[in-house]
Structure formats: C-alpha cells, structure tokens
Design a protein around this ligand. Sequence first.
Ligand SMILES: [Zn+2]
Length: 246
Amino acid sequence: MPTECIQAIVTGYTDYRDNDRILTLFSAERGRIDCKARNCRKPTAPLLACAQPFVFGEFEIFFNSDRATVNGCEIRESFYPLREDVDRFMTASAATQLCNSVIERESADAQLFSLLYHILSFLAYTEYNPKDLLIAFLLHYLDHAGYRPSLTRCAICRRDIRQDAALYYSAEAGGVICAACPHGGRQVSKLALEAMRRMLLLSHDELTRVVLQEPLQKELYAILRNSAAKMLGESDKAVSLLDQIA
Ligand SMILES: [Zn+2]
C-alpha cells in the first residue's frame, strides 16, 4: 500500500466541490505535497481539524500515481491562537505563502521548515510584535534562498562601506550601495544595516530577540519587502500579502 506518514505543516488550501479541499503541505523531508482531503469541510468530518491553515501534524497520505489523498492526521500543533488575532493570522499567512512560493515537490528543505515552524510558534504562543517577527523571518528566508543582502560592502563596487557617511540601498543590486555608485537615491540608515547584520547571526529559536522601534521597523520592512519582490516578482501572492500587512 503506497500509504506514508509524513510530518508536515498546512501552508495553503483550495476548496472544491461542496465539502472537499486540496491541501498544500510543507514537509521538511519531502518539500511540497498537494493532496486531497475529502469531506473535510463537513462539521463532523474526522479531517475537519487538520485541514486548516498552519496545522502541524503527522499526515497519513495515500499516493496513487501523481495523486495524493489524506487518509488521516494526528495533529501535533494546531497553532490555534493564530485564528483569533487578525494581525497574527495575516503574518502567519504571509510566512506560509512565502514558503509556498519557493518549495518544490520531492525537495527536502529542513532549514526553511524549521524557520516556518519557529515563526508560527512565536506568533501563536508569545506576545512578541508580529511585524518584528515577520522582518526576522523575511531576512532569514531571503538569506536561505540565496538572496542574502550585501551589508558591509557596496553591492556594485564591493568596497567596504562601514566608514561611509551616506549610504543607499538597492534590492536590484542586492544590498547597500556607496555614494559613488549609481544608487537611485534610496538612502539606508547605518542602524538598519547593523540590525540586519545582527539578525542574521541569530538562530531560529532566537528570533524573538528582534525588537525594533517603529521608524527602524518601517525602514527594514520596506527593504525586505522589495527584496522579496525582486526574488519572487511583484505579482507574487506573498508580495501582495506583505503589502496588505504594511
Ligand atoms: Zn560602490
């Protein structure tokens, strides 16, 4: 029987017919799995509780040629408080959608899975500011995807910029730009650069250490939103969610 038990997080879903749903699951070992959850929208359905966004569980999945169907699920973590707070729900939706935009079938990604798991836990079960958590998530997400911004050297001429007075930032160029290079006029503060340098040193379980004052929070959010748009495209669903949150 091609049935497997797979630990995964529900990162999205599409409703179809009256009571069914196609779940997008993110598994650390298997990457993206799109699978049917039949009758899961009936109030008495055994799959009702697990066919919800953000649920982390042990899914029993039946694979048949290119199709996958959920037979059952043992929920490990529902992250239920995310459904009771609009800001936290939106932030968690942006994080799961950012993952959906990059995960692929049969492609293990334990690092990204760990990042998502930690951010959902912090959003659901701590009082830390969701915007700060999203900023920390975004920076680690970009770094993981190979879009780590250049923070101590000009992204164009590669000169060390740590003693420079005026600095600029370009998502297109991939980081900080010195005044001598074509920079497009978007200035960046030294504080923002230092904050990103420090954030990248944190492990996933330390991300709650990111506590930002509002002007810095705004500056970093704009920088990271533009970097995500550069990587995924302006029309990506995750980028739209980032704009709604802003
Ligand atoms: Zn330069």
